[in-house]
Design a binder for this molecule. Structure first.
Ligand SMILES: [Zn+2]
Length: 183
């Protein structure tokens, strides 16, 4: 079966790359065996990353196997990743079923195994927001960094040249917040 590539605008508006069950459902991935892909773009439409995946579902169990290259820091370290995340379905009250991801991360020696509807790429691997400690506060922290950047045009210039998409995004946000593209 041929893979498909989809873009999801909603998932690009957040600080972290993510994939949600509603995205998979919306694009018809929740049946049998399927291959697909997801690309993330920043506010300017520039691609910030992409992943390939293969979904296998049978009855009320299955998995999604992710394949992508993880780049650390400014691109000095690249790693090819290929690993499955378990999926499980629970019956809905009025028929049908709802699929969940099972968080694959281990924290302090304890496997998370939370049933979740959205996986975040908060680091090298996909995991739940609890494991990556993604809360409303982490968004506020991000905003505080943008505020500080607004005061530092030299740093904005430097970050704009960065190979790291998240650094470039920060710099662009600061630019927009300043309301001027001239530094
Ligand atoms: Zn978790």
């Amino acid at each position: 079966m041929r893979g498909r590539w989809n873009r999801n605008k909603k998932e690009t508006t957040e600080a972290h790359k993510s994939i949600s069950m509603s995205f998979l459902k919306q694009h018809g991935y929740l049946s049998g065996v399927q291959w697909g892909g997801l690309k993330w773009t920043d506010g300017c439409g520039e691609e910030t990353g992409s992943i390939g995946f293969r979904i296998w579902l049978e009855g009320s169990v299955g998995d999604i196997r992710f394949q992508y290259t993880y780049t650390q820091g400014h691109g000095d370290h690249k790693e090819r990743l290929d690993y499955p995340v378990k999926l499980v379905a629970t019956p809905c009250r009025y028929g049908g079923k709802r699929w969940w991801f099972i968080c694959p991360l281990t924290k302090n020696g304890i496997a998370c195994r939370r049933r979740i509807l959205k996986l975040y790429l908060g680091g090298e691997y996909f995991g739940c927001r609890h494991c990556y400690e993604l809360t409303y506060q982490s968004c506020q922290k991000h905003d505080a960094r943008v505020d500080r950047l607004c005061e530092d045009p030299a740093l904005i210039r430097e970050l704009l040249k960065s190979k790291d998409w998240s650094q470039r995004t920060l710099a662009l946000k600061a630019l927009f917040k300043r309301g001027s593209l001239f530094l």
